[in-house]
Design a protein around this ligand. Structure first.
Ligand SMILES: [Zn+2]
Length: 437
């Protein structure tokens, strides 16, 4: 009986210490799984969906206010949490078709508010203030386009200030003078890490502005190192460093020049993972950064963790490669060439289906397709026009054993193909062409 009490006491001490122990990246990821409130794939989120999310945050007790209007007079909002001296400012979706971080911000504020009883969140409220503008470009988000409604790139309008959204962003910084800025974007899904063919699921850049080695920039390198270390638990080989030169028209650089050193976060894509996974990665990164500011671990983070991350690269991978296809050129069907054919899909909302385009033909053995099919036993013929770079990636596949009159009128009807690839997927004969990996 005596021992039972001892065991109980030890267990109690263990539980208490576990409770106040620092949150790990894995805890944040688990927390997101259980508590995230965003429930629409980010690319499908419209302004009215954002408003619904914000209503939920208000109900939780968070401070949400309209801070301005877009060119088409859509409301732009700011969320706030904490009362501390260190001021953090985040903004997302200044490019309308770059939505991931908007959902992550919503989930982050909900999580902080719902975990105010946790010691580290209590400490955060005392030491930090976090403000965020989710969806700075609601008009662009509505049309799922990069630009605002004036067709101006808000991120190149920091100097000219011809858009209401850029004017607002500048004013929000001037009125508050935040210590740290987070500029949240999406990069191309086929961005890769260094010399590898690994997709860059997320990339970071400490935006130094005109002055390279300020303490703010050094701190941002350490903060980036914290975020990278946290994400290495999940996507080790898929983290890149964003490549960018100083641009006096861009907000990241201007913010840094104006006294708010900025970290640029660019979410990419990861084959086999959906958009919500990337929301979770953003969530983990942001909370890990803020937690490190609260518990002081940011001070001892190693900036070389950031500095040694390989730079982004591009042009090394494609969405789909058909290997060793027997390409039929309809205008000269007697000449059949054996080539790899690579196609890419355009950026699009998850709810929409996007066309694919032929991006390369030839010996593509140096490149990787996110999906690859062995087409060596098939003819590949265009559904429309020709199989050539720039044309649409709409293909008919015929077994090589078949006799086809390629000049036949309405080929698809006269000689029904064995497989059809359309709008980035198989609409007939799926699994007929073996995957090469
Ligand atoms: Zn962008």
């Amino acid at each position: 009986m005596k021992y039972a009490w001892l065991i109980f006491a030890i267990l109690l001490v263990f539980l208490i210490s576990a409770k106040i122990q620092a949150q790990t990246a894995k805890d944040f990821a688990d927390g997101w799984e259980k508590q995230h409130i965003s429930n629409i794939l980010p690319s499908n989120v419209r302004h009215r969906d954002l408003q619904k999310y914000l209503e939920q945050l208000k109900k939780l007790g968070l401070k949400v206010e309209e801070v301005g209007r877009s060119y088409a007079s859509r409301e732009i909002y700011q969320i706030e949490f904490g009362k501390g001296a260190t001021k953090n400012f985040l903004w997302s979706q200044m490019h309308g078709d770059e939505p991931t971080a908007t959902s992550a911000l919503i989930d982050m504020f909900a999580y902080l508010q719902n975990n105010r009883d946790k010691d580290w969140v209590k400490q955060l409220e005392k030491t930090l203030t976090i403000r965020a503008v989710p969806m700075l470009n609601p008009d662009g988000a509505e049309f799922y386009q990069r630009y605002n409604l004036q067709s101006v790139d808000i991120n190149r309008d920091a100097r000219a200030l011809q858009t209401p959204e850029a004017q607002l962003l500048k004013r929000l910084r001037e009125d508050w003078s935040p210590n740290i800025g987070f500029n949240l974007h999406n990069q191309q899904s086929l961005t890769t890490v260094g010399n590898s063919t690994n997709q860059a699921a997320i990339s970071f850049l400490v935006v130094t502005g005109e002055n390279q080695n300020t303490e703010g920039n050094e701190r941002n390198k350490r903060l980036s190192a914290v975020m990278i270390s946290a994400l290495q638990n999940f996507i080790g080989g898929n983290i890149g460093r964003y490549v960018d030169d100083y641009n006096p028209r861009a907000f990241g650089d201007k913010f840094s020049d104006w006294g708010t050193p900025v970290i640029l976060v660019e979410t990419g894509a990861l084959y086999g993972k959906d958009e919500m996974f990337l929301v979770k990665m953003n969530f983990v990164a942001f909370l890990s950064a803020f937690k490190s500011l609260v518990d002081g671990s940011e001070k001892t983070a190693n900036p070389s963790v950031y500095e040694t991350v390989p730079f982004n690269s591009s042009g090394r991978i494609y969405d789909v490669i058909f290997r060793r296809a027997n390409v039929v050129n309809i205008s000269e069907p007697s000449v059949i060439t054996t080539s790899d054919v690579a196609v890419n899909t355009q950026r699009h909302r998850a709810a929409f289906i996007a066309p694919t385009y032929v991006r390369s033909i030839g010996d593509l053995s140096a490149y990787r397709g996110l999906e690859e099919f062995d087409a060596s036993n098939f003819y590949i013929a265009p559904r429309y026009g020709f199989v050539r770079v720039g044309s649409s990636g709409e293909f008919m596949f015929y077994k090589k054993t078949r006799q086809i009159d390629w000049k036949a009128a309405d080929l698809e009807k006269t000689f029904p193909p064995d497989a059809i690839f359309s709008l980035g997927r198989w609409v007939k004969g799926e699994e007929l062409l073996p995957k090469t990996k």
